[in-house]
Design a protein around this ligand. Sequence first.
Ligand code: 5GP
Length: 190
Amino acid sequence: MVSGPGGVGKGTIVDALVARDPQLWLSRSWTTRAQRPGEPDDAYVFVSAEDFERRISEGGFLEWTEFLGNYYGTPRPDHLDRTPGPAGDARDDVTDFVLEIEVDGAQQVKHQFPEAILIFVLPPSREEQERRLRGRGDPDDKVHARLRKAEKEEPIGRDIADYLVVNDEFDRTVDEMMSIIDRERTRSGR
Ligand code: 5GP
């Protein structure tokens, strides 16, 4: 699991990890949040609150939470939307699921799967995080709400994380995360 405050660059990092390592497979979450301008259609499965709540009642989520007024959840693996990869993509290589989720969801997953590893990504500074959040084009009130939320999440993340990684320089961060994954694979005999 990769978690961390908004604006820390988690999305870009997990995309790079999955592109680099065919053993990794990125779970696509459901959300009731509106799609941002310029955000890819497959960033999430964008659904209504009714559809989300129906799926909750059917037990269709591995974990779900409410974050700043919207639902976010990881579909259970047997419902996972395994979007076909490029031609010749060896999906059978997949050994590890990557979940990019916030700390409440990470706690729920750790409860069910104690072997799950949480990497908590930190911004190099609050200023840099704020700059990245603004760069997405969110309105001021949303940026502030996310910064306040991040301040609450960070101590919990630090507490429950197996690894803390500072995203100071993108390529270095991805290398560090890859070596954490390799170390964990060796440790668990994969
Ligand atoms: P955003 O709106 O910025 O895409 O996501 C807001 C927060 O929700 C981020 O911290 C992101 O990691 C988290 N998130 C995304 N998908 C899920 C999910 O399926 N479950 C949980 N618990 N959090 C998620």
